[in-house]
Design a protein around this ligand. Structure first.
Ligand SMILES: N[C@@H](CCC(=O)N[C@@H](CS)C(=O)NCC(=O)O)C(=O)O
Length: 424
């Protein structure tokens, strides 16, 4: 029988419990019709948690509150759960990082983020914000140093510490920690994106998108009394005025809809037309099943327009860290997912090379224009994890390397391929 979890579906503390359940093979279901600010204030709920906070887990032996405690309980439902490590010292380190994730990461993200978003009645005070950011940076610096030498927080697989840490970082990444902020901590970035792309995390969290700006300070919201709203005159724009709710804003409340802004034109659309039609190449690549070299590779060079497009080699800067095959493959898959924004302007091949760890990741990209598009550099954090060099097509050896990469030719530079992924 499933255990019932009281929380809304986007609550990061609820995520901890649900991801732990996924890893542990435990059935946890969200309470039906849960409404933040309403369901958690009923007398029945207050019996389970006198603070009226979520999440709360109902168990056959009574309720539990505090998300870390619930996650521990769920993990312990499975005997010998690797989420708890495999030795006493690992267990100690897992607890260490859970406390660190709560006291040093979550607490400081909350102190920075909540007042800005007007959550939990927290008031924005610039010196308090400055102190929170400084403390958060101190914590992330320590975390970054640890992750420079470790794929996971403890041992060689995901533990409860990774689940708690990732869920706590999640609030920061989606609301306030922009790329500009996190780029100071590249190992934390890599860790976070690797974690949220693990299947059990994805299943619960869905797609995760990093904040692209720090939210402006919002004053605590009050309901607008009906009599204060003026009747609309015929000259006023006929914009629906949304009534603000008097309910406390939940942490995971959906953002208010904004009027759609006109989409600025991508500068690549303003380049002189090219004789190369990218989709035609992608079709040729996908549809060539036999004689690949003679048909697709030859076709590529027949179509290639060096004025309208450029070719780039890339090589992962931290190949030494690619010690676990599926983590390396997930890293590359995550990169290709994040390149989605460039589908109209790019084609790519990414090779994961080697028959044993550490695996090398090398790639080939075709971009519209003569440079790597700026919006790709700005939006896709993976770009800076690779060394980029422009292909010199007058150099036959480089052209041959391009061909080998398009064709997944093995051995590649003397080694077998673990995988070859295509972005098209
Ligand atoms: N330390 C608690 C934090 C719980 C918490 O603050 N929950 C928030 C939502 S994330 C809440 O229920 N707020 C409602 C309230 O304060 O009334 C945990 O990890 O479970």
């Amino acid at each position: 029988m499933a255990l019932i979890l009281h929380a809304s579906s986007r609550n990061k503390n609820g995520f901890k419990v649900r991801i732990t359940a996924e890893y542990s093979g435990v059935k946890v279901e969200l309470a039906k019709n849960f409404e933040m600010g309403v369901s958690n204030k009923t007398p029945e709920f207050l019996q389970m948690n006198p603070l009226g906070k979520v999440p709360v887990l109902e168990t056959p032996d009574g309720p539990i509150f505090e998300s870390n405690a619930i996650a521990r309980y769920v993990a312990r439902l499975k005997g010998d759960n690797t989420l708890y490590g495999s030795s006493l010292i690992e267990y100690g380190h897992i607890e260490q990082w859970i406390d660190f994730a709560s006291m040093e990461v979550d607490a400081n993200i909350s102190r920075w983020c909540y007042p800005r978003l007007g959550w939990a009645n927290m008031v924005h005070l610039p010196p308090a914000e400055e102190a929170a950011i400084a403390a958060l940076k101190r914590a992330l610096t320590a975390l970054n140093t640890h992750l420079a030498a470790n794929t996971y927080l403890v041992g060689h697989c995901v533990t409860l510490a990774d689940i708690v840490m990732t869920c706590n970082l999640y609030v920061g990444f989606i609301h306030i920690m922009t790329k500009n902020f996190t780029s100071e901590f590249p190992h934390v970035e890599r860790y976070f994106w690797t974690m949220v792309n693990q299947p059990h995390f994805c299943k619960v969290m869905g797609e995760v998108k990093q904040a692209d700006s720090v939210p402006p300070v919002q004053s605590a919201k009050k309901p607008v009394p009906a009599k204060e709203s003026k009747p609309k005159t015929k000259d006023e724009p006929k914009k629906e005025i949304k009534k603000e709710s008097a309910k406390p804003k939940a942490e995971d409340a959906e953002e208010e809809e904004e009027a759609p802004k006109p989409k600025p034109k991508n500068p690549l659309d303003l380049l002189p037309p090219s004789k190369m039609v990218l989709d035609e190449w992608k079709r040729l690549y996908s549809n060539t099943k036999t004689n690949f070299h003679e048909v697709a590779i030859k076709g590529f060079w027949d179509m290639y327009d060096p004025d309208g497009y450029s070719l780039w080699f890339c090589e992962y800067k931290y190949n030494d860290e690619n010690t676990v095959s599926f983590v390396t493959l997930n890293k590359v898959s995550g990169f290709l997912q994040r390149m989605d924004l460039a589908r109209k302007y790019a084609f790519g091949k990414m090779l994961v090379i080697g028959s044993e760890a550490p695996y090398k990741v090398k790639g080939l990209w075709l971009f519209r224009g003569q440079e790597i598009p700026q919006f790709v550099i700005d939006e896709c954090y993976d770009m800076e994890l690779y060394e980029w060099s422009k292909v010199d097509i007058s150099d036959e050896a480089q052209k041959e390397r391009v061909n080998a990469m398009i064709e997944d030719l093995e051995p590649f530079e003397g080694e077998s391929l673990l995988d070859a992924k295509c972005f098209k």
